[in-house]
Every structure is written in structure tokens, then in C-alpha cells.
Design a protein around this ligand. Structure first.
Ligand code: 5GP
Ligand code: ZN
Length: 139
């Protein structure tokens, strides 16, 4: 629990939410400003500001819960698919600095697009081997 963190307060019940799932380490609840009906946020109970701060076991637990919730949300709203993702960092659109996975159910004709509609920058692809090498070196 981190003082002044909105989602820590939601996880601990200090601020009310529409809970859809809870276990020892994960809390999932409806997004109050949904992108589509059933839009759910899946958050670790432990406070992590950023996805890269998480440990392997916490990531595994979080994403297994997100997988289960995705299946349930799609079933509940007869969705044909969903977008599942994290806004990681303020520059990427993260407004609440407590890691959470968005599960956004999708239907044919809903007017939405795919993940590359979030950002599209002109990128030189002449040296993709060099690009891959930079990432390999950073790992
Ligand atoms: P982010 O931009 O950090 O990835 O997503 C934060 C999400 O939290 C937004 O989609 C926003 O609609 C949602 N949100 C903001 N305040 C509240 C709140 O008080 N309760 C709930 N349930 N969702 C919230
Ligand atoms: Zn928090």
C-alpha cells in the first residue's frame, strides 16, 4: 500500500469500485470511464509504479489473471476479441502510476483499431538487424 495511490486505495477497499475478480495478489475492477462495455482493469495488489519494476512471479500471476478475465469479459459481452495492454509510463499515456492491465472487449464494427493506432512514427527499417542488436545488448 502506497499512500496517495488511487489504485492502492481501490485494492484495499478505501475507495469503492466495481470488483470483478480478486485473489491473494490480484484485484480486477471496472474502468470507471470504459472504452467499451466491460472494460476491466487488472492490477497487482502490491504497488508497482512501472511494469519493469515487477518480479517474474508477480508478472506471471498478473497475466494469468488477465487471461482468465479476458475470457470472462468476452463471454459476458459476446465480444469477438479484445485489446489487452499496459500504458507503461506517463509518455505512453499512463495516468495512474500503479501497474494495471487494460482488458477492452471488442466487437466487429465498433470503430476501434489495433495496437499500432496508439502511435505511429516514421521509422527507418533499413537496418533492423542493428535495431535487434541494440535490444539484445540491453537485455
Ligand atoms: P492508465 O491511463 O493509467 O493506463 O489508465 C487509468 C485508467 O483508470 C483510465 O482508463 C481511467 O478511466 C481509469 N480510472 C481513473 N480513475 C478511476 C477511478 O477512480 N476508478 C476506476 N475504477 N477507474 C478509474
Ligand atoms: Zn498503488
Amino acid at each position: 500500500m502506497t499512500e496517495d495511490c488511487l489504485f492502492c486505495k481501490i485494492v484495499s477497499g478505501k475507495i469503492p469500485s466495481y470488483r470483478v475478480y480478486e485473489d491473494d495478489s490480484v484485484y480486477a475492477f471496472l474502468d470507471i470511464y470504459p472504452a467499451s462495455e466491460g472494460h476491466t482493469l487488472v492490477a497487482p495488489k502490491k504497488h508497482f509504479g512501472n511494469f519493469t519494476d515487477m518480479r517474474a512471479e508477480d508478472v506471471t500471476t498478473l497475466f494469468e489473471a488477465a487471461r482468465k478475465i479476458t475470457a470472462a469479459v468476452e463471454k459476458a459481452f459476446s465480444a469477438e476479441g479484445s485489446n489487452i495492454g499496459i500504458n507503461n509510463g506517463e509518455v505512453a499515456g499512463q495516468e495512474v502510476p500503479h501497474v494495471h492491465v487494460h482488458v477492452i472487449p471488442r466487437k466487429k464494427g465498433d470503430g476501434g483499431r489495433g495496437i499500432k493506432s496508439i502511435v505511429w512514427t516514421e521509422t527507418d527499417t533499413a537496418n533492423l538487424e542493428g535495431t535487434a542488436e541494440k535490444i539484445r545488448k540491453a537485455l
